[in-house]
Write a protein that binds this ligand. Structure first.
Ligand SMILES: Nc1ncnc2c1ncn2[C@@H]1O[C@H](COP(=O)(O)OP(=O)(O)OP(=O)(O)O)[C@@H](O)[C@H]1O
Length: 259
């Protein structure tokens, strides 16, 4: 551990946007002679609401597995996950689908916009599928669109937008349903540095101005520098947790030594 570790309490508290206790994910079955992979080895983590947290670590350290378990996209082998006060263990597939639709926003490396829909239709679609409508949705839509600077792009289809603009549309889509937490998986992986800076700046604004909780997996030091907190994984465990780290502190923690 380079700095403060995650809390060592044994049961999950529900005041965080997301918490994990003893989160373990193993792939493969040793009894068939397969290679068993320990993707997560008992992770304890609390992600405070209203903050921007980056998850970093070497390839294969468990970042995506952690995010998928927290987002209800993967089932842990053992341990507890609570997101927005909801314990995920024991939920049926339908309940998990509803939970994700209603409480979680996603931003992926590939923007995953529907090509035949305009930016506005793409942004509204998940909230409308979740049955939201009326003044609350309109007000939230306006706030998100203005925060992301998309007002003059709403009638464009994805093919008529730059990569950075498409990712801003994807961020708006994730935010418009007012989710308890937004998970961003390498959101700048397909963007050049100018577009990356723009998208990261908007993610940070969504935290500052809309009170959003954002968790982002990234390989990029530059991207992590936009976060309030950085959690570093190594071989399925948290090896460091840093608040607003400098680039040098982050590099040192990634290399497993004090700055
Ligand atoms: N479905 C799966 N079946 C078997 N092994 C898996 C599966 N998913 C992930 N793993 C293994 O679990 C470990 C953690 O993988 P994970 O994708 O979470 O790491 P990561 O830190 O996100 O890596 P990267 O930065 O390369 O995306 C790796 O050893 C990976 O090969």
């Amino acid at each position: 551990m380079t700095t403060t570790s995650a809390t060592s309490a044994t049961s999950v508290t529900t005041t965080s946007a997301a918490s994990a206790r003893g989160l373990t994910r193993t792939y493969g079955r040793g009894d068939r002679g397969d290679l068993v992979v320990h993707a997560l080895r008992g992770v304890d983590l609390d992600l405070p609401a209203g903050r921007f947290t980056a998850i970093m670590g070497p390839s294969g350290s468990g970042k995506s597995t952690l995010m998928h378990c927290l987002a209800g996209l993967d089932q842990p082998t053992a341990g507890e996950v609570v997101v927005a006060g909801q314990r995920l263990e024991g939920l049926t597939d339908d309940e998990l689908t509803r939970f994700r639709r209603d409480r979680v926003g996603f931003v992926f490396q590939a923007f995953n916009l529907l090509p035949m829909l305009t930016a506005e239709q793409n942004i509204r679609l998940p909230a409308e599928l979740a049955g939201r409508s009326g003044r609350d949705l309109r007000e939230r839509f306006d706030r998100v669109v203005d925060t992301l600077g998309l007002r003059d792009r709403l009638a464009h289809r994805p093919a008529e937008l730059s990569g950075g603009q498409q990712q801003r549309v994807a961020v708006a889509r994730a935010l418009v349903g007012d989710p308890a937490i937004v998970f961003a998986d390498e959101p700048t992986g397909n963007l050049d540095s100018a577009a990356s800076a723009e998208v990261l700046g908007f993610l940070r604004r969504s935290v500052r101005e809309l009170g959003q909780t954002v968790v982002m997996v990234t390989h990029e030091l530059e991207a992590a520098s936009y976060a309030d907190d950085v959690v570093i994984l190594g071989d399925g465990r948290i090896t460091a947790r840093l608040a607003a780290p400098t680039r040098d502190a982050l590099l040192a923690a990634l290399k497993g030594r004090a700055a």
